[in-house]
Design a protein around this ligand. Structure first.
Ligand code: ATP
Length: 449
């Protein structure tokens, strides 16, 4: 029998008002269709722990795609569905905002038909088929992620906890639901460490033993799946501790090979985290707020730098990290690291003016510069200048824009990017610090041409 309690108050407190009232409406809509509907997974875990989480996954005992389409018909917005998996994403748009006071643009709900999964062989992608809520919860990674809250009107807020997720949260334990869990999906070992570090939990003894016994299944997993989990892990607040924990478990031997746990590598990773923190000016150790991703992850791909740090002592480190890249930005970071390494000693370390450094470095990604910097950290004094450069570079204000150049009657063309680049150098050199100085500077810049 599942443990049942009501979490309506926690929902009211921790879920954004608009999302909360939408959930009530979604529950009423499910009643009309005769579906049972639940929020499920990470959002439930976070509600129980007391964290905010607006990443809402909904599971229905019924047709999830049909349900998502009905929500879009009733409230507006659009639906993208994957028939094969019985999953749909419903996104609200401005139409929803215009017509419903309890809605706003840009909300996203993943809506899924309750389903069970089969693995044809270890580490395979699963085959899915429709099922009950309990079976849907049973296929999940850990007990803390395998709870649901019903949202049908008469049952709104009812927590359903078949596998003692609440108890494990109270005891700070990460526990799998069945013995073959890691064998079926070895990426769960990386997920376990991610949740351990994020919440300060630990795998329970049996779960850890199962993880250790499944390490040899890791190489059967595709690089892209491993890479996605590593990216999620390294983007959180404790990448260094996660790397140490994975080393202690022996996981790196199956992803990278020997030598990863060496003190030298760990020192390099710590240095990397330190410089990232200083440059992005984010307090990544702040325990009070729950930031799963402390950086602007759309902009920066620091995760690939952590991976490069781990592989770096290997002769073929670049080729090996390249196999894990997830998008063009990752590839670009690696290319830039390679190019920078070649010019670093000759060009960069002799410079002291930030504007001059910018001329040398502007075409290189911040991530690549930080990475190369951590390889040469004995040059403390010079490192200080580069760090100062990076700190200023990531926060150059838009005192001058293409729009402003247009307003001033300058004909659009390559000259725009040349002037904007000169502006960046001038700003970094402290020649411009506010809007009032722009016109004067601009005039002299144009006169010089
Ligand atoms: P986060 O707070 O990082 O988003 P999350 O728990 O929401 O954490 P997701 O990766 O978004 O994590 O996954 C959503 C849910 O799907 C999880 O809570 C878990 O129940 C389930 N899940 C995700 N990946 C797996 C997996 N590899 N094996 C089993 N269940 C998984």
């Amino acid at each position: 029998k599942p443990i049942v309690m009501n979490l309506m108050d926690a929902m009211n407190k921790n879920i954004d008002d608009i999302i909360y009232s939408l959930l009530r409406n979604i529950g009423e809509k499910a009643d009309k269709l005769g579906f049972k509907a639940y929020i499920i997974g990470g959002v439930v875990r976070d509600l129980v722990i007391g964290f905010k989480n607006e990443d809402i996954d909904i599971v229905v005992e019924g047709d999830g795609i049909q349900f998502a389409q009905m929500l879009a018909e009733e409230f507006g917005g659009s639906v993208r569905s994957h028939e094969k998996f019985g999953t749909a994403t419903w996104k609200t748009d401005e139409f929803c905002v215009a017509n419903k006071s309890y809605c706003r643009e840009g909300l996203k709900f993943d809506i899924t038909t309750a389903r069970r999964e089969y693995y044809d062989y270890p580490a395979a992608l699963p085959t899915v088929e429709r099922s009950s809520l309990k079976e849907d919860l049973y296929r999940r990674d850990f007990t803390i992620n395998a709870m649901a809250i019903q949202i049908n009107d008469s049952e709104f807020g009812k927590l359903i906890d078949y596998f003692h997720g609440i108890k494990d949260i109270n005891n700070k334990k990460i526990r799998v639901l069945y013995n073959l869990s890691f064998v079926e999906d070895p990426t769960r070992i990386l997920r376990a460490v991610r949740f351990e570090q994020r919440f300060g939990f630990l795998m329970d003894g049996h779960t850890q033993e199962l993880a250790l016994n499944s390490l040899d299944k890791i190489p059967a997993v595709s690089e892209v799946r491993i890479a996605n989990e590593l990216k999620n892990l390294f983007q959180e607040q404790h990448p260094v501790e996660a790397i140490e924990r994975l080393a202690a478990l022996g996981v790196w031997d199956y992803i990278i090979g020997d030598g990863v746990a060496s003190l030298e590598v760990l020192e390099r990773v710590k240095e990397l985290k330190g410089v990232i923190k200083i440059v992005t000016n984010k307090n990544v150790n702040n325990q009070d707020i729950h930031i799963t991703s402390p950086y602007d992850n759309d902009k920066y791909r620091f995760w690939i730098c952590y991976l490069a740090s781990l592989f770096y002592d290997n002769d073929q480190w670049l080729e090996r990290v390249q196999r894990f890249t997830l998008n063009n930005d990752d590839v670009e970071v690696l290319n830039h690291i390679q190019k920078l390494e070649a010019i670093w000693q000759d060009k960069i370390f002799m410079q002291t003016s930030l504007g001059v450094i910018h001329r040398e470095l502007y075409q290189f990604r911040v991530e690549a510069i930080i990475f190369v910097l951590t390889l040469t950290s004995d040059y403390r004094q010079q490192a200080k200048t580069i760090i100062e450069y990076l700190q200023k570079r990531v926060a150059i204000p838009a005192l001058l824009t293409g729009k402003k150049l247009k307003e001033l009657g300058i004909k659009p063309g390559p000259i725009y990017s040349e002037i904007l680049f000169e502006y960046e150098c001038a700003y970094l050199n402290g020649e411009i610090s506010n809007k009032d100085q722009i016109n004067y500077w601009l005039q002299s810049c144009i006169d010089d041409r």
